[in-house]
Design a protein around this ligand. Structure first.
Ligand SMILES: Cc1cc2nc3c(=O)[nH]c(=O)nc-3n(C[C@H](O)[C@H](O)[C@H](O)COP(=O)(O)O)c2cc1C
Length: 354
């Protein structure tokens, strides 16, 4: 059914426009209580699929990867489809338009996407305000929301730590976890921040700013993670893992889109990422030990793909491109499969990297 809709309607539209239309529809449905309840019932998965991570209950361990809901506009709508959590962002300290379109392409023969969006977003003050509203209601507080933060394009690399810290401070009081994104290929120089020397001051500054903000609001500290690229060498993955353990980071998100392709500018997502994503997660698990929180993302199309991530050591998993090609039943299919596995295995609890 969705295949038909995709082939007849979405495929004929500009990909960014199709995203806007579909996302607007999801948000619209979520605003009509009767409709929302019906959709939620259709896509609901079993409570046995919930996991306890950092002391917080995630209704499913399958969430929406960063980039789909950059400005925190559709958290309730995405959760209605069966996602257990939403990672909003990437949010930057200053709002910015992103790159000139066209900046999103379908790679139909691989069921993949290529994008060079360039962190189009309203900025961390606006997104914090939106999340403050969301958190003002009991229903909004129940939703699990991660916030992914990045560097404003205009901020020079030497001021990156201040840029990240500004966003961390604004967003920490409303986030269930924060992700320092140093791995998107579409902000010049951003991925260089993955080197240990560049990353250390950013993570330290983000930690301090987040802690000050949560302490001022009498809230517990927010878990802080880093998101890495699939294009890092194995040695660089190990170096980030060591730094994460040394700084007592609360987890790692692996992986972002890859520049390892010859299709044109931008990062590739979807099935071509799966093998490397699994490799990186397995490597991180072996380096960080059994208690670390690892969010596995990259190329999850089917429940079998998500199960593979869990099998190699992912605590939580995420998807983006799969939602575009598989349609609205994507999340519930995967959440239900993971819930069924978990019913056999028993409860999951994880703490931090260190
Ligand atoms: C159009 C698009 C925009 C994205 N924007 C972001 C972003 O802003 N921040 C980020 O950390 N990752 C971003 N990503 C990467 C995804 O979060 C994810 O890491 C990657 O797409 C791999 O997952 P997938 O194969 O399930 O899509 C984006 C991906 C796509 C396709």
């Amino acid at each position: 059914m969705y295949r038909l809709l995709f082939d007849l309607v979405f495929r004929r539209m500009d990909p960014e426009r199709a995203h806007e239309v579909a996302f607007r529809l999801i948000r619209l449905v979520a605003q009509v209580p009767l409709l929302r309840d019906v959709v939620r019932r259709v896509f609901r998965s079993s409570p046995e699929g919930s996991v306890q991570v950092w002391g917080r209950r995630f209704p499913s361990r399958f969430g929406v990867a960063a980039g789909f809901d950059k400005d925190a506009l559709g958290v309730a709508g995405l959760t209605m489809l069966g996602f257990g959590f939403v990672e909003v962002g990437t949010v930057t300290a200053h709002g910015q338009p992103g790159n000139e379109p066209p900046r999103l392409w379908r790679v139909l023969d691989q069921r993949a996407l290529r994008n060079r969006m360039g962190f189009n977003n309203e900025g961390s003050a606006a997104v914090a305000e939106r999340l403050r509203h969301l958190r003002a209601t009991p229903a909004g507080r129940r939703l699990v929301v991660g916030v992914n933060i990045g560097k404003t394009k205009a901020t020079p690399a030497e001021h990156a730590a201040v840029d990240y810290a500004t966003s961390a401070g604004r967003l920490a009081p409303y986030a269930d976890y924060l992700v320092v994104n140093v791995s998107s290929p579409n902000t010049p120089g951003l991925r260089d921040l993955q080197s240990v020397e560049a990353l250390r001051p950013i993570l330290e500054a983000a930690r301090v700013a987040a802690d000050e903000a949560t302490a001022a609001a009498a809230l517990p500290p927010v878990p802080l993670l880093v998101k890495i690229a699939p294009d890092l060498s194995d040695e660089d993955v190990d170096a980030v893992a060591e730094l994460a353990a040394e700084l007592g980071l609360d987890g790692i998100v692996a992986v972002n889109t890859t520049i390892g392709h010859d299709l044109g500018p931008g990062g590739l997502s979807g099935p071509p990422l799966l093998a490397r994503g699994l490799d990186v997660v397995a490597r991180l698990r072996s380096r960080l030990g059994p208690d670390a929180v690892i969010i596995g993302v990259g190329g999850i199309t089917t429940p079998a793909d998500a199960r593979e991530y869990v099998a190699v050591g992912a605590t939580l998993v995420q998807g983006y491109t799969g939602l575009i090609y598989e349609g609205p039943a994507y999340a519930s299919r995967i959440s239900r499969a993971l819930a069924a596995d978990q019913a056999l295995r028993g409860p999951v609890r994880r703490k931090a990297v260190a």
